[in-house]
Design a protein around this ligand. Structure first.
Ligand code: NAD
Length: 359
């Protein structure tokens, strides 16, 4: 029998394919954007030059001071620039940090966003915003920050370094895993999440073997699209709560931390989410793996692509397990298995040790 669900998927126009960056001016026009503020930072900003050139005088402002986790003082400057230049469209080009900065502006101004993602983080498909002040990150959902259009061009991801590609891919996988066991997940979201696991598990080893393989890059970005969509349309559980907590308390790097925690969060929920675990195993098998279990299969995938599988290697000090566990439990994540102190301590100890979860 189909379990009860709510399927509420807000519309985002998705334009996907190699070379589609050339269509950004037409897509901007569709959104009525003739006074554009372009947000981009890091090495990926090189692609923004191309977009700025194609858009010509429609670009009235550029914001390049992109910082991970969107500090409020920097976001305030971006808002000021958007207002001062009378922009009517935001274009965010880059990873989750660029998208996050544009979202902070949209939250204040209501301006529409056209997003051009260059990592697998998935923020472009969600109405989730995040802002950080005094080492505390606050997140929320607001339909105003959901990009109206997303242009996915795999060619823009070829320059993403292999280690960041692998960790970012595991970050996307985390959205899919938690979508599969989200309470009230719709049948469509479930299928989409399983397909996303398959796509990423197929693509990531090929991306790592040859970062210039455009087919592999395209498949990975396809999986990332499904993952971002899953993140935006379902609720997340203990894994995201742990990562949010550790990121905020200890400033751990976002994607590597997700990679390090994921197989242990999956093991934590293994007995309480049998349908999700079966879907993960099916998807990994379809990708050519012979997983002993969902958690072991995820660990094997991370190991095969050189992504982190232990928290200490990404900067977490196991002496902080108790303090972190208390904050995770106080956050009361909605999760298939009850989230209590002993359980989270066990999860964090396992993630700190980094051993392969039992299969
Ligand atoms: P990021 O945007 O900081 O990018 C990671 C690194 O890769 C940066 O150094 C960046 O300059 C570089 N980079 C990106 N694209 C590149 C390319 N094509 N070529 C070369 N280098 C490139 O990190 P991220 O992992 O994409 O995003 C993390 C941030 O996004 C965090 O703040 C996280 O909280 C947020 N996030 C938000 C959501 C949401 O729904 N709101 C979802 C996922 C992540």
């Amino acid at each position: 029998m189909v379990a009860p669900f709510v399927h509420d998927v807000p519309a985002t126009r998705v334009v996907f394919g190699n070379g589609r960056i050339a269509e950004v001016p037409a897509e901007a026009e569709r959104l009525g954007g003739d006074r554009i503020m372009l947000v981009s930072g890091g090495p990926e900003a090189a692609y923004a030059e191309r977009v700025a050139h194609d858009l010509g005088s429609a670009v009235v402002a550029r914001f390049t001071d992109v910082v991970m986790h969107v500090p409020t003082d920097i976001a305030a400057r971006a808002v000021e620039l958007a207002r001062g230049s009378d922009a009517n469209l935001l274009i965010a080009l880059g990873g989750g940090s660029s998208t996050g900065m544009a979202k902070a502006v949209a939250l204040e101004t209501g301006l529409p966003i056209l997003a051009i993602p260059t990592t697998y983080a998935g923020s472009e498909m969600t109405s989730i915003w995040g802002l950080t002040e005094h080492q505390r990150k606050t997140t929320g959902r607001d339909p105003r920050v959901l990009p109206r259009t997303v242009v996915y061009d795999p060619e823009l991801t070829v320059s993403l370094p292999v280690d960041i590609s692998a960790a970012s891919g595991m970050n996307a996988l985390a959205h899919l895993v938690e979508a599969l066991y989200a309470p009230g997940v719709s049948p469509i979201s479930f299928m989409q999440a399983e397909e996303g696991v398959r796509a990423l598990a197929m693509a990531l080893p090929r991306v790592v073997a040859d970062p210039n393989d455009l087919d592999a890059r395209g498949d990975a970005l396809y999986g990332a699209w499904l993952a971002g969509w899953a993140l935006g349309t379902t609720g997340m559980g203990v894994h995201h709560k742990v990562c949010h907590t550790l990121g905020g308390m200890y400033n751990l790097p976002h994607a590597p931390m997700h990679s390090a925690v994921l197989s242990y969060a999956t093991a934590f929920n293994e007995a309480d989410a049998p349908e999700a675990m079966a879907a993960i195993v099916r998807a990994l098998r379809a990708a050519g793996q012979q997983p002993a279990s969902a958690a072991a299969g995820i660990w094997d995938l991370a190991t095969a692509i050189g992504a982190p599988t232990d928290l200490t290697s990404v900067g977490f000090d196991p002496a902080n397990i108790d303090a972190a566990a208390e904050v995770v439990v106080a956050g009361r994540p909605v999760n298939p298995r009850d989230v209590d102190l002993d359980g989270v301590r066990g999860l964090l100890s396992a993630a700190s040790a980094g051993d392969r979860p039992a299969g």
